[in-house]
Design a protein around this ligand. Structure first.
Ligand SMILES: Nc1ncnc2c1ncn2[C@@H]1O[C@H](COP(=O)(O)OP(=O)(O)OP(=O)(O)O)[C@@H](O)[C@H]1O
Ligand SMILES: [Mg+2]
Length: 449
């Protein structure tokens, strides 16, 4: 076999980081123009040449995107190195490596890959795929058996915020909120912005200006790669940098409240401490389905660990009498040691109050808000920025997807109530006294965080 020479440009530092990442799932990008598609193509070529017999799949959502963005360019780049077959849309290399180019327009299109095995799968613009499609593709990402060497199967994703797959990409790579058998060490995210792409900065300053002139919400997503914002987002003020903080040990004399939304499908319950200036810190979360009321109450008391709770805010429907027993849920909570306080259920007023609590003030490094969440409160941090406007009443939040509503409702009951700030102690009570996170690590382990 003769020598194959391909001229490739040099990767920029972020692209190099992407090339060198070895975890099972590697995501790259997060904003427009960071050199994602370039990096995907070059990495594929390097893999095909370096590993004899490797089976590669590059997938985009639609055929025109695939053709424009990749097929035509790869045909040029690989003209001396591989043979392209249009009927099967694949490049075969003399060393037995194969690069298949695919697309899946509809949800079910992904099933055509069922039963096939690819050592490496690239999903370009992963946020345009549904979670179902991602999962179906992960099932095809296994050893093809066509390689002589040992090679652990991997998936690479490129992505921008927004799109039908925004939530699952954000959960896995940005929020890093894992469930079941998912393991944190399997997921790597490498953020790159247009500013990391020297080619565009030099040759297309007008493109950079277009991004810089986008409307604020879209600009944050597409230029700065912020994942909290997208069109239709209700709590557009939510910003991870401002609202999510490292836990600290709550001073023992701060007032503490609990706010909850109860249903058999989900108990969402939050512990909130008030400082002496009236700022609120959500420091603990209980988010669990299928708890009958007595077990829910027991769990809440257990997790309070003897802390003095001023009030437990809950929605008024818990005071409705049940037909079977004649008792209300609030009564059963009370019998089990949790005396609930009825919060208002005026949705719109409650949401607007919550927006006031979340309002960001101050400039640059000084940006802050009156309500903050310890980073261990995973579900509220996930749901609050994800909940959308109701299409019929733009002052209200949508009630679908239902899963997003539990934790937001619980926080709304808090915002609809009147928590009181903590009293100022005689001695100095400033933040320098607060004990940082490490020292209370045990507590978080206890709650399975
Ligand atoms: N290392 C590099 N050397 C030279 N040119 C590069 C390099 N990386 C990217 N480019 C060029 O920069 C331009 C934009 O890159 P690319 O299309 O990969 O960005 P992208 O992040 O996929 O953009 P989009 O968000 O629009 O999909 C392309 O013309 C590409 O060839
Ligand atoms: Mg691209």
């Amino acid at each position: 076999m003769g020598e194959v020479r391909i001229r490739l440009d040099t990767p920029y530092p972020k692209q190099r980081e992407f090339f060198e990442a070895t975890s099972r799932f590697v995501a790259y990008g997060g904003a427009r123009g960071g050199g994602k598609s370039w990096a995907a193509r070059v990495k594929l070529i390097l893999l095909a040449l370096a590993h004899d017999g490797i089976q590669l799949l590059l997938i985009r959502r639609t055929l025109p995107q695939l053709r424009e963005n990749h097929i035509l360019i790869l045909q040029k780049q690989l003209k001396d190195a591989a043979v392209y077959r249009e009927s099967s849309k694949e490049f075969t290399f003399p060393n037995g490596s194969r690069l298949k180019l695919g697309y899946c327009d509809s949800e079910q299109d992904v099933l055509q890959y069922q039963g096939q095995a690819y050592d490496v799968i690239f999903m370009e613009e992963a946020t345009q795929f549904t979670e179902f499609q991602f999962q179906a593709l992960t099932e095809c990402n296994r050893s093809s058996g066509m390689m002589r060497e040992n090679f652990s199967p991997r998936m690479y994703l490129t992505c921008n915020p927004g799109g039908v797959g925004h939530s699952w990409v954000k959960r896995l790579f940005i929020d890093r909120n894992y469930k079941n058998s998912e393991r944190a060490e399997d997921y790597t995210f490498i953020k790159s912005l247009v500013y990391d792409n020297a080619f565009l900065m030099e040759h297309s300053p007008e493109y950079v200006r277009v991004l810089e002139n986008l409307p604020e919400a879209r600009k944050k997503a597409m230029l700065y790669g912020e994942w909290e914002l997208f069109e239709g987002q209700y709590f557009s003020e939510f910003s991870r940098d401002v609202h999510v903080i490292e836990p600290f040990v709550i001073p023992s004399d701060w007032r503490r409240y609990v706010s909850l939304d109860y249903g058999l499908d989900m108990l969402a319950c939050y512990w909130i401490a008030m400082d002496t200036s009236g700022n609120a810190y959500v420091y603990r979360e209980l988010y669990e389905p299928s708890l009958i009321i007595s077990r829910a109450a027991k769990k809440i008391l257990e997790m309070s660990g003897g802390e003095e709770i001023e009030q437990y805010f809950a929605p008024p429907d818990l005071w409705n009498r049940r037909q079977d027993t004649g008792k209300s849920a609030a009564e059963i909570f009370c019998e089990n040691g949790v005396l609930l306080t009825k919060a208002s259920n005026d949705r719109v007023a409650g949401w607007l109050n919550l927006k006031e609590w979340l309002k960001v003030y101050g400039e640059n490094e000084e940006k802050t808000s009156r309500l903050k969440f310890f980073r261990n409160c995973l579900n509220i941090i996930r749901c609050l920025p994800a909940i959308r406007f109701d299409e019929k009443n733009p002052n209200d939040c949508a009630v679908t997807p239902h899963e997003l509503t539990h934790s937001c409702d619980a926080m709304r009951y808090f915002a609809s109530s009147r928590p009181i700030k903590s009293d100022i102690k005689a001695q100095n009570d400033d933040f320098a006294d607060l004990i940082p996170w490490e020292e209370q690590e045990n507590e978080l382990i206890m709650y399975g965080v």
